[in-house]
Design a protein around this ligand. Structure first.
Ligand code: C2O
Length: 579
């Protein structure tokens, strides 16, 4: 592609970098060794390797670094050399890494295709438009179809890539590093904790649905959706709990069987014991934060860039943290060390509830695109060709191996499906502010990053220059973002910490209060027992600071509160992001 034509499409990640590690820490840090001229996504990657860059940004002075990419042509940003680096899945698949105590089968590579993969082509526009609707809306007759489809898939021989066994394995292969990257046989493909999350799962469901339709002989068959974000859908649908049904999975958390209301904010061992009404309200506020105030930019919603050669898991978007991860953990058997089946990547696809769960995740992507941001324009996906050209290998309904790119899956109507039958009740669930939890005065104890989060840590983080005086247009153009970087979490555990803004007395903030700005929450990372997940977290601040009446302040107070598991934090800073 010619540079001229690609430049407009490139992800323009213009970042005014302002390095605001907790001010007190700056004196302890080495002098800057390089200027802060990385793009944000690149700096996050660097930081996750605990690169000295983290410290190099600790000048502490509110000097404004140059814009990284000015106008169209600076768009290149992360590659350095400007070379294109999409992650392309190779046919080569090795034995993935599974956690200790994993349940068989232990091998999840797909059957080898006799022929080369074919390139994806869109379905004929005259095909019926499937409408995926919620389980609680479609009724028993419809669910009987999904049940039959799963039964038919389960009845296929295991060697058939369309069998339920192989379909479950697809997820296992793509999350345990089994699939190799083209040109990098040393690197696996990881489709979680990055910008591959939404498009991979969309492509996966697309073929799963078409396989089901083909087996049923019903071209219009559409997957049911587990809409856990609307009050009527907040719980495991009854039809999945009939022990005689092919939809039943015995390896689930029994105490979360219906009529238990789901906790979208769940973590292992963290039963909230709320009334149903309280839980529903809390869930709606979680949705509001994850879909609206926290998700103003593509990378905040879709996840951080991940290109070939990069360390995996640079950082997920809001919805992947929660409710995605949280609902996986909530559904799996909490008494098992890995919380199978739903609670751990390698086995999640073995539960027939996985597919309606992910249909809801996919529906939320569509919903996000339909929501207008602060500037009144609808959210848009990345236009970075590395994202668009990343590709996956999946078997279609004719058992042909297909190469499908991210670009191929961006328009659901072209894929001949859409969502219907459900609203977005959380649009108006803006969380309330808690008065009196951030008494001023009295110096905060200095924090020395990197820090082990054994107890809660509260730090003052300086805002970028002129942050207090930004015009409405500037705010609309650039999101102020808190970056929690250099996060190292115990990969062998379910880890969670919460991020509060302007709440020194965070323990007084009621559940779901506005000051609770985000939660870091992981599933166990396959095969990495005893090692660490390195990643980062980004938290949008524009609307939050507006609600907290803190737009005029020079700095914000950030509290990192450990909830579960071992985690280390590299640093905190606030930047402007624009994509
Ligand atoms: Cu690929 Cu819900 O996980």
């Amino acid at each position: 592609m010619a540079a001229g034509s690609s430049s407009g499409a490139l992800l323009t990640l213009r970042v005014l970098l302002f390095c605001a590690l907790a001010a007190a820490a700056t004196t302890l840090l080495p002098l800057a060794t390089s200027p802060c001229t990385h793009s944000l996504s690149r700096s996050i990657l660097a930081a996750t390797g605990l690169d000295p860059y983290l410290f190099s940004c600790a000048g502490g002075d509110a000097s404004e670094a140059p814009l990284l990419s000015q106008g169209d042509d600076g768009a290149n940003k992360t590659g350095g050399s400007g070379a294109r680096r999409p992650i392309v899945t190779d046919q080569l698949c090795v034995k993935g890494k599974l956690p200790p105590h994993a349940l068989p089968p232990f091998q999840c590579c797909p059957p080898v295709s006799a022929s080369e993969p074919i390139n994806f082509t869109l379905p004929d526009p005259s095909e019926p438009l499937r409408t995926r609707r919620p389980v609680h809306v479609v009724g028993a007759e419809y669910m009987a179809k999904y049940t039959r489809a799963v039964a038919l898939m389960k009845a296929l021989p295991r060697s058939d890539p369309r069998s339920f066994y192989q379909q479950a394995n697809v997820h296992c292969a793509y999350c345990t590093g089994a699939h190799r990257q083209v040109g990098r046989p040393d690197l696996g493909v990881q489709i979680h904790f990055s910008w591959l999350f939404f498009p991979f799962h969309r492509a996966y469901l697309y073929f799963f649905e078409r396989i089901a339709a083909k087996l049923l002989g019903e071209p219009g068959f559409a997957l049911p959706v587990w809409s856990w974000d609307v009050p009527e859908g907040m719980g495991i649908p009854e039809v999945f709990t009939d022990e005689a049904s092919p939809l039943y999975d015995p390896i689930r958390e029994l105490s979360h069987a219906p009529p238990k209301v789901a906790d979208l904010d769940f973590f292992l061992g963290g039963e909230k014991n709320l009334t149903d009404e309280q839980q529903v309200l809390h869930n709606l506020r979680v949705m509001y934060k994850q879909m609206i105030s926290g998700a103003a930019l593509p990378s905040l919603f879709l996840g951080q860039p991940y290109r070939t050669g990069d360390a995996p898991m640079p950082g997920p978007g809001t919805v992947e943290w929660a409710p995605h991860n949280t609902m996986h953990t909530w559904t799996g058997d909490n008494s098992l060390p890995n919380v199978e089946n739903m609670g751990v990547y390698y086995s999640a696809g073995r539960d027939p509830l996985f597919y309606p769960h992910h249909a809801n995740i996919d529906r939320l992507w569509e919903a996000w695109r339909g929501i207008a941001g602060a500037d009144g324009r609808r959210h848009e996906d990345f236009t970075d060709p590395d994202w668009l050209d990343s590709s996956f290998l999946l078997y279609d309904e004719e058992a042909r191996l297909v190469r499908i790119t991210v670009r191929d899956v961006l328009n659901t109507e072209r894929l001949r499906y859409r969502y219907g039958g459900v609203g977005l009740p959380w649009l108006s669930a803006r969380p309330p502010v808690t008065p009196g939890v951030n008494p001023k005065g009295g110096r905060l104890e200095s924090v020395r990053f990197p820090v082990s989060l054994d107890t809660a840590v509260t730090a003052e983080v300086r805002r970028p220059p002129r942050a207090q005086r930004r015009s409405l247009q500037e705010k609309q153009a650039q999101e102020e973002v808190l970056v929690v970087e250099g996060i190292e979490a115990d990969a062998g555990d379910f880890v969670r910490f919460d991020v509060y803004v302007n709440a020194r007395e965070y323990y007084k903030v009621p559940l779901g209060g506005r000051e609770m700005a985000g939660s870091f929450t992981t599933l166990k990372h396959p095969g990495k027992e005893g090692t660490v997940v390195r990643t980062s977290m980004t938290v949008a601040l524009n609307e939050l600071l507006e609600d907290l009446g803190a737009e005029g302040d020079d700095s914000v107070t950030v509290s990192l509160v450990p909830v579960r598991g071992k985690v280390r934090i590299g640093g905190l800073r606030i930047v402007y992001m624009e994509e």
